[in-house]
Design a protein around this ligand. Structure first.
Ligand code: AP5
Length: 207
């Protein structure tokens, strides 16, 4: 399939968790704006400094910053046959800008209600060595790596509420926007990681 795929959904829906599976099936490299911003932040680049306060408050980083970031990323050779966007676009303005840059072939929306999101995010842990995403109850990490696991700074209950509020106001309308263009595929994200993975796999296999 030519064109890019967008993985869409609220914070903590499981986009990052399912991205590697979709990347494996489609061969498209995952492009996560959240990961790119976190790398910039830990490297202390100008972008990281600019994004820090927004991210820690659970607010969206300004559109022009994100669009510039994506424009540069898509110039890289591995992006020539489309990529798998995770966490981008998040506003209609970002989606309109993306239309000018590359073709979007499908938007996979993972739907999870807000009350489940909070538990998922508060229990999330990341392995900084492999980038693997774990959860204290739903996907426990092997005991040998417990000492090195980290929790994201924006994974607090207060920040999650702010991220969810921003999602409902600024990002969710984008689902309808893509629906009107016939690109939206909706997945029930409330099952286990494996069950959601099976739904994602069958959706991707129809593309
Ligand atoms: P970003 O990193 O994109 O965060 P997010 O959208 O809030 O998404 P998450 O990474 O929190 O969740 P996810 O859906 O990937 O869930 P995961 O798979 O980890 O963005 C961070 C910040 O950067 C934003 O707040 C903003 O400031 C900025 N930003 C980024 N992109 C931007 C943009 N385009 N425009 C403006 N600003 C931008 O799963 C969560 C947990 O649940 C894990 O512990 C996992 O193990 C567990 N889990 C997953 N699936 C299941 C399941 N089915 N059952 C049980 N547990 C599950």
């Amino acid at each position: 399939m030519t064109g890019s795929i967008v993985l869409f959904g609220p914070p903590g829906a499981g986009k990052g968790t399912q991205a590697s599976l979709i990347a494996e099936i489609t061969g498209k490299p995952p492009v996560s704006t959240g990961d790119m911003l976190r790398s910039a932040l830990s490297e202390g680049t100008e972008l990281g400094v600019e994004a820090k306060a927004f991210m820690e408050a659970g607010k969206l980083v300004p559109d022009e910053v994100i669009i510039g970031l994506i424009r540069e990323r898509l110039k890289e050779p591995d992006a020539s046959k489309g990529v798998l966007f995770d966490g981008f676009p998040r506003t209609i303005l970002q989606a309109e800008a993306l239309e000018e840059i590359t073709e979007v072939s499908a938007v996979i929306s993972i739907e999870v209600p807000d009350d489940e999101i909070v538990d998922r995010i508060i229990g999330r842990r990341m392995d900084p060595v492999t980038g693997e995403i774990y959860h204290v109850s739903f996907k426990p990490a092997p005991i040998e790596i417990h000492d090195r696991l980290v929790q994201r700074k924006d994974d607090t209950e207060e920040t999650v509420r702010s991220r969810l509020d921003g999602y409902h106001k600024q990002t969710k309308p984008l689902g309808n926007w893509y629906g009107e263009r016939g690109l939206l595929i909706t997945i029930d994200g409330t099952g286990s990681i494996l069950e959601v993975g099976a739904l994602v796999t069958s959706a991707v296999n129809t593309l």
